[in-house]
Write a protein that binds this ligand. Structure first.
Ligand code: SF4
Length: 507
């Protein structure tokens, strides 16, 4: 039997409402008391189908989402646990999943998570052993009753997780947006059962994400994210201090003006949220996710009631949510009649890639074609040498070349071939092997804004120069096999020990 949350999403006659709660730091603090109180009120209100619980937001420690989720489910309302990859390796993840399964918590929202920012005596070690695509793959495998073969365990009873993922359509450039949508397809293909958008305020972008999912997988539920936006948070988002959340200058100005209202803008921001509820319901979203700092139960109730009231005339509200990013790229051609999108994707072939092909990329491309690609002039020689190599532990030259060219971290399970010869272990702080996280802004990496471009933006742009960008779309890169750490990646490649399995194909 499906969870109530799943039922409401899968039932086309129901509109799912979730409310986001933040556990906060500590175990017996006011934030936890408030969260439990809110959950109790939500449980008594039939309109709220689940409360969602954040997982160490901002990369700071807090009470575990799983712990609070288990407690809250006992109050009679389902929890939707934010399940991130940032602080735990794959075994800890599996272990926590078993704990949730045992406690009857089924709903998960899988994401990479904010980069760890602070902790006991300094910044904690970011883990990112799995990315969200790999985590969904693991959950799918557990749901099918399959244990990881590497664990050497017997199959377990199937778990019952209903896991979804996040997508951010609020990206400025073609490369940045395509990196999101390519990854979204992989998440869906690896078991995401629903999709929630990142928070944003541009109606055309919400429509774009909804249409993209529905054209790819019509039956997959999509939830729109509504954030009740006060001036302080708007200012932070406008300054890119909350990764991936976009507030344009014009919206910030409007919210600033609302502070002159008698109620200091609180009515205007709740009404904005209710209007978003209305247009999301009208557009065809399967539900909404309500969030906001210290959002009260009465405010949630107001948003849903007012939103329902406004939803019959939702098209009239669209012009109020016209907040494009400067020069922002949209996946579909505009529909000028209604301010949304047609079903025709923008023709991307004529658009100039926004990042130049680097000299390193050209060199690596040539090197791989000659030495590593079947059919390359020196491929047979390399294959023969490595297959007969009796001393694979001696690979100083290989390591030196890869350190100079790519800052190699010596994982031994090389993904350079998969990501336009960019290393996700060295050049992506979150080690994302299957696509960009949601935190980039204007093409810059979430962790190094204005300093380093996201590797997925670079990869898309450089591959596009060779009309090869779609190779980022379907390729699933499995998690690193740490058995190969500090071993020769070239040896592993030619002997079929790494994920690329070229050696196996040659046998
Ligand atoms: S390089 Fe891209 S995917 Fe990696 S952390 Fe930065 S923004 Fe995220």
């Amino acid at each position: 039997m499906n969870s109530r949350f799943a039922e409401s999403l899968l039932n086309k006659n129901s509109f799912c409402v979730t409310w986001e709660l933040v556990p906060g730091r500590g175990a017996h603090e006011k934030s936890q008391q408030d969260a439990v109180k809110a959950a109790r009120l939500a449980a008594a209100d039939g309109r709220i189908h689940a409360v969602t619980i954040t997982d160490n937001p901002g990369g700071r420690p807090a009470l575990s989402a799983s712990c609070l989720g288990i407690e809250i489910q006992k109050l009679g309302i389902e929890a939707l646990i934010h399940f991130t990859c940032k602080d735990k390796n794959r075994n800890q993840i599996e272990s926590e999943l078993y704990a949730l399964e045992r406690a009857g918590v089924e709903n998960l929202l899988v994401m990479s998570g904010d980069y760890p920012s602070s902790g006991f005596k300094g910044r904690p070690k970011p883990v990112f052993d799995l990315d969200p695509v790999q985590l969904l793959d693991l959950i799918n495998s557990l749901n099918n009753g399959a244990s990881e073969p590497s664990a050497g365990a017997n199959p377990c009873q199937p778990t019952r997780f209903f896991a979804g993922c996040v997508v951010s359509p609020f990206k400025a450039s073609e490369a940045e947006l395509m990196a999101q949508y390519y990854k979204l397809k992989k998440k869906i293909d690896h078991g995401a059962r629903f999709v929630i958008t990142q928070l944003g305020f541009d109606a055309r972008k919400f429509h774009e994400a909804l249409q993209f999912v529905k054209l790819y997988r019509p039956e997959l539920p999509v939830i729109g994210n509504i954030y009740v936006l006060p001036f302080g948070a708007a200012k932070m988002m406008n300054a890119n201090q909350l990764p991936g959340s976009v507030v344009t200058d014009r919206l910030l100005e409007q919210i600033d003006q609302e502070r002159n209202d008698e109620d200091k803008g609180s009515g205007a921001r709740l009404l904005r949220a209710a209007k978003m509820y209305a247009f999301m319901k009208g557009m065809g979203f399967d539900g909404v996710h309500l969030g906001g700092h210290n959002l009260k139960y009465e405010q949630v109730a107001y948003i849903t009631e007012k939103g329902e009231e406004l939803s019959s005339d939702w098209m009239k509200l669209i012009p109020e949510f016209d907040y494009p990013q400067t020069g922002g790229f949209y996946y579909y051609e505009p529909d000028h009649a209604n301010g949304l999108n047609t079903k025709t994707p923008v023709n991307r072939t004529g658009l100039v890639p926004e990042y130049p092909v680097s000299a390193n990329h050209r060199l690596m491309r040539w090197f791989h074609q000659v030495f590593f690609q079947p059919g390359g002039h020196l491929f047979p020689l390399m294959a023969k040498y490595y297959k007969g190599n009796k001393n694979p532990e001696k690979y100083r030259l290989e390591h030196l070349l890869k350190v100079i060219g790519n800052g190699c971290q010596d994982c031994g399970d090389c993904a350079l071939l998969d990501i336009a010869y960019l290393c996700p272990m060295a050049q992506c702080p979150k080690n994302q092997r299957n696509g960009a996280c949601g935190g980039s802004m204007n093409g810059w990496c979430e962790v190094y804004p204005q300093q380093k471009k996201c590797i997925w933006v670079k990869a898309y742009a450089m591959l596009k120069a060779y009309h090869e960008e779609s190779q980022l779309e379907n390729l699933y890169v499995p998690p690193v096999n740490w058995d190969l750490y500090h071993t020769s990646a070239w040896y592993n490649y030619f002997t079929g020990r790494d994920h690329s399995a070229v050696g196996k194909k040659m046998e």
